[in-house]
Ligand binder design. Structure first.
Ligand code: KG4
Ligand code: ZN
Length: 350
């Protein structure tokens, strides 16, 4: 059976200019963007719910879905207006369909389906992780595969070998917590607001690396990660002082934790480069905004003769421009066309 809008989709494969409207609603950012030819962002509107979730110390899924629903239609109008185009000029509608919070994803997916049907434009289903990787294509116009990608976000931590725009091979991933999750949980025990990653980043600058927190050694011979052990060590360290009602230096805790985690991320990234023989390292995902990680990775890559890329800050954390960029390469490679029965997938393979 022919797919919904297959003929129109096939034409896009070779059409000179592609203008894609992309939607992202996998967690607590509602975002809509219009992207031309995968790299030129015509508009990028992000409505963050961080302030709403902060009082709960983390994202409350039901509240996230409701706020996506309230925001999405007006964001669409803003994105079209800011791009200076008419809706009819769009070539395709792209949407994150996973991984993420199912209720949150469903808002974007259903809105995208409605648009696709009303505007008669092909619907492209994008894997959120592929979007994070593509955020680097927007930030670095000449960047092309092959490269090794260190994907570090609130939901994922992985090393991948990217040999083409649509060829992703998993080299290693976390066996427990994602790096961002560990940052957020450590921040929480230190009484810092959500999201904790940027708070630890700031606080660590005032601290000393004088507490011995170590990342589990059991995965040393692999490219897999484990951050749950170090997270628990930090929590136990803090609780011990709290139980005795004794003061401790929060900045030193943040610094010592951040040093250990970033050393592990840099060490395994360099090993992945050596193993694959590739010369470029690309960082993707929210934790890619971490200043210590970027500084250490830049230094290590420079010393060892590798090139290092990371997205500009606004494309590091969740946004829809990266989804539009990923969708462009999907279309050029003839993949991603979805039916109108597309549904949200809380977890999908990298
Ligand atoms: O990619 P992202 O926006 O959402 C997911 O797909 O998960 O990543 C969010 C994660 C959160 O855990 C947040 O604390 C972390 O990225 N993060 C950071 C920094 N900025 C954001 N972690 C460490 N340092 C930062 N500067
Ligand atoms: Zn993300």
């Amino acid at each position: 059976m022919k797919k919904y809008m297959q003929a129109q989709f096939n034409e896009l494969k070779t059409k000179q200019d592609l203008i894609i409207l992309a939607i992202e609603s996998s967690c607590d950012e509602t975002a809509i963007s219009v992207v031309k030819n995968g790299r030129e962002v015509l508009s990028n509107i992000v409505a963050s719910q961080i302030e709403i979730h902060r009082r709960f110390g983390g994202v409350v899924p039901e509240i996230a879905s409701r706020n996506h629903l309230m925001a999405i239609s007006s964001l669409y109008d803003q994105a079209i207006k800011a791009a200076g185009i008419k809706a009819e000029e769009l070539d395709a509608i792209a949407v994150t369909y996973g991984a993420g919070l199912v209720g949150a994803l469903l808002v974007g997916v259903n809105f995208a389906k409605g648009l696709s049907y009303a505007l008669k434009k092909p619907l492209i289903a994008v894997n959120h992780v592929h979007g994070h990787i593509a955020s680097n294509y927007i930030s670095h116009p000449s960047l092309q595969p092959p490269f090794v990608c260190l994907m570090v976000s609130g939901g994922h931590t992985a090393l991948m070998k990217i040999t083409d725009y649509n060829k992703f091979k998993l080299l290693g991933s976390t066996v427990d917590d994602a790096a961002g999750e560990a940052f957020d949980k450590v921040a929480r025990v230190l009484g810092l607001p959500y999201p904790g990653g940027p708070e630890i980043d700031k606080l660590a600058k005032d601290g000393k690396n004088n507490i011995k927190f170590t990342v589990s050694n059991s995965l040393h011979s692999t490219l897999n990660f484990s951050f749950s052990g170090i997270k628990t060590s930090v929590i136990n360290y803090v609780h011990k002082f709290e139980q005795k009602n004794e003061p401790f230096n929060k900045a030193d805790v943040a610094r010592s934790f951040e040093e250990a985690v970033t050393d592990e991320l840099v060490d395994k990234s360099i090993r992945a480069l050596r193993m694959t023989g590739l010369k470029k390292l690309v960082i993707a995902g929210g934790v890619g905004a971490n200043s210590m990680l970027k500084a250490k990775m830049t230094k290590a890559c420079k010393e060892k003769g590798f090139e290092m890329f990371s997205p500009v800050l606004k494309y590091c954390t969740d946004n829809a421009a990266m989804i539009g960029s990923a969708a462009y390469y999907y279309i050029r490679k003839g993949m991603g066309l979805a039916e109108l029965d597309l549904t949200a997938r809380p977890s999908i393979d990298l």
